[in-house]
Design a protein around this ligand. Structure first.
Ligand code: KDG
Ligand code: MG
Length: 402
């Protein structure tokens, strides 16, 4: 089953997506998401200039061998651009394999471990009242888990505050927006936010919060401790993960569960955190951490340390990635939760898919392969537009982690 054609499709149905499409001599095609938000064209060049020439003529069934060839064969290992390209190829090959055998990908991964995949939605508000209303809306839609972010009094624009109630899209076309940051104001505000949200929503809803890499370890330890009475499902990215020992400091001070990993791209980014039992949820994604083949290895190692998965699933992961995540989530034993930010209608039209939402959970569907396609004619009506993620500055103008 030789690969005879490979192309990269770049489109922007509301936001930018990069998709790899591989076709075999039997006419089967497979898709892989290759979107790296804000740096999309670097992956396009990597795929077109360096990866695709190596794929033509290869046997599409040799998924692991192709992964190792692209990873070890480049000599230069890891990094977001390389690993996003490797992920796209890997995902497309699993899609092809499923279609060739006539089974959904989750059957290839070991079959179902559960009935469906619990997801969390994003409740964003300009202030506490707004955030509470948004969270209540998600609960009314059947969500069992809600991530809550709110504007902080006195700060112009912070991470997580959306435009509209059901979607949040941080990347902006043209120029990177600049947002304000003060750890002091944030730390004073968030415990008040969650006291109110827990009171209004009751004890049963899972509550999550994303710190988005903005605190020092000791600040994050304080936040985790002050959030303990409100029983969060997790506190995400409490501190930048380059300094992994920082997580030990947080851990020593709080029982609030910790999630990390959306910017990781290999098992080597996770290994020390898992082995040290410093985290509770690993959030690596199919698109940025080496595809289904590599994610499987991460999940298996995590399982040894009682760490569950909680894959990144923001809107910058295309429906191709979301579909792949759902097959994975359904199959692995140590699944925790899946992030689910609904895509725009334009995006859903460009990527027709078999997955569906019901009562706070997603199901990948039973179509052979991943169960997602791309309408190339429609995609061509939405040309790429350069966009940047925001940057944050402290009140004195210093650049901070956004
Ligand atoms: O591209 C960056 C986004 O994916 C990220 O900011 C979203 O932190 C995020 C999340 O948890 O969804
Ligand atoms: Mg996050």
């Amino acid at each position: 089953m030789k690969i005879v054609d490979a192309k990269v499709i770049v489109c922007s149905p509301g936001r930018n997506f990069v998709t790899l499409k591989l076709t075999t001599e039997d006419g089967i095609h497979g898709l892989g998401d290759a979107t790296l938000n804000g740096r999309e064209l670097a992956v396009v060049a990597y795929l077109e200039e360096h990866v695709i020439p190596m794929l033509i003529g290869r046997d599409a069934r040799r998924i692991e061998d192709t992964w190792q060839l692209l990873y070890k064969g480049a000599y230069w290992r890891r990094g977001p651009v390389t690993m996003t390209a490797v992920s796209a190829v890997d995902c497309a090959l699993w899609d092809i394999q499923g279609k060739a055998l006539g089974v959904p990908v989750y059957q290839l991964l070991g079959g179902r471990s559960r009935d469906d995949v619990m997801v969390y939605g994003h409740a964003n508000g300009a202030d506490i009242d707004d955030a509470v209303r948004a969270a209540q809306h998600y609960v009314s839609l059947g969500y069992k888990a809600v991530r809550v972010q709110s504007g902080v009094p006195g700060l112009k624009g912070v991470y997580g505050v959306g435009r509209g109630t059901m979607s949040y899209e941080p990347a902006e076309r043209g120029k990177a927006p600049e947002l304000e940051w003060s750890s002091e104001r944030y730390l004073a505000f968030v415990p008040e936010l969650f006291a109110r949200v827990r009171r209004e929503l009751g004890p049963d809803v899972h509550l999550l919060h994303d710190v988005h890499h903005r605190l020092t370890p000791i600040e994050a330890a304080r936040l985790g401790k002050e959030l303990e009475p409100h029983h969060l499902f997790w506190m995400e990215d409490p501190t930048p993960a380059e300094l992994q020992d920082g997580f030990r400091l947080i851990r020593e001070h709080t029982t609030t569960p910790i999630a990390v990993g959306e910017v990781f791209n290999s098992i080597h980014d996770c290994e020390a955190l898992l082995r040290g039992q410093l985290i509770d949820y690993i959030r690596t994604s199919v698109v940025h951490a080496g595809g289904l083949s590599h994610l499987r290895k991460i999940a298996h190692v995590a399982e040894l340390y009682h760490v569950k998965t909680g894959a990144h699933g923001a809107t910058d992961m295309s429906p191709v990635c979301l579909a792949a995540s759902l097959h994975f989530d359904l199959a692995i034993h140590n699944f925790g939760i899946q992030e689910y930010m609904r895509h725009s209608d334009d995006t859903d039209r460009v990527f027709p898919h078999a997955y569906s939402f019901n009562a706070g959970a997603l199901y990948p569907g039973d179509k052979p392969g991943l169960g997602v396609d791309i309408d190339e004619t429609l995609a061509a009506h939405h040309p790429y537009e350069r966009a940047y993620l925001p940057v944050a500055r402290k009140l004195d103008g210093t650049v901070h982690s956004w």
